[in-house]
Design a protein around this ligand. Structure first.
Ligand code: MN3
Length: 241
């Protein structure tokens, strides 16, 4: 991407080579700094209708998530020591980093997961056999898990997330975090690897559900991509051995 911009600038400079070196040098400098990017949604903005409306999706992804990415890049670029760290490495050391990085790295990671673990209503399938067994073992049944997850989402005061995580011992747990925190962050009250997460910030549901967070949490199961959640469960279980 950057090389094509440089090429375009050089082409625009035309025969006036006096302009070429400063332009090239400017881009060469910025190329070494952090640049997290906002991936496109894996479906159209109206794909989750009527559970999540197209306008909410467009604003949530195009404005809110974009802002987390832009603000994260701005924060990273002010500290050269952070330039080469992955998003997971940043999350693992948030306790030593400014809140701007905590909030925006969390926002970027959380929303990247969120888009991927949703799919058009009715297309998300069911939990894999392994995941279904783990859910039954921990919560009794899929329905009981859903009820407990809804309770957690309702009980999260203010903005935050409800999560299904794989704990370091390989078992499942439901937990919540405030703001854009997540269970991968250093100091999390319930550490683990999220395989499913629901955004309970009002910006995630207010246009369609207004104050009815419970209705949103109920309807949301229709757009859960269980194939992707099951894939993440298998990966997380492998990592904990
Ligand atoms: Mn959000």
């Amino acid at each position: 991407m950057r090389f094509s911009i440089i090429a375009a600038c050089l082409a625009l400079a035309g025969g006036n080579l006096a302009f070429a070196p400063p332009i090239a040098a400017q881009f060469a400098t910025t190329a070494s700094t952090a640049a997290f990017e906002l991936a496109p949604l894996p479906y159209s903005t109206d794909a989750l209708e009527p559970v999540i409306d197209a306008q909410t999706m467009a604003i949530h992804h195009g404005k809110h998530h974009q802002a987390y990415v832009d603000n994260l890049n701005r924060a990273i670029n002010s500290d050269a020591a952070l330039a080469d760290l992955s998003i997971e490495q940043l999350l693992a050391r948030v306790e030593t980093l400014p809140n701007s990085i905590r909030n925006n790295a969390g926002g970027h990671w959380n929303h990247t997961l969120f888009w991927q673990i949703m799919a058009s209503p009715g297309s998300g399938g069911q939990p894999s056999q392994d995941l279904a067994h783990a859910i039954d073992a921990q919560f009794g049944s899929l329905e009981e898990f859903k009820a407990a997850f809804k309770s957690a989402g309702l009980a999260q005061f203010g903005s935050g997330w409800a999560w299904l995580i794989v704990k370091p011992d390989g078992t499942l747990a439901i937990t919540t975090t405030a703001n854009q925190d997540n269970p991968l962050m250093a100091g999390a009250k319930q550490p683990g690897t999220p395989i499913l997460g629901n955004d309970v910030w009002e910006h995630a549901y207010y246009l369609r559900y207004q104050n009815r967070r419970g209705d949103y949490l109920d309807a949301w199961w229709q757009v859960v991509n269980w194939a992707e959640v099951s894939r993440r469960f298998a990966v997380a279980r492998e990592q904990v051995g």
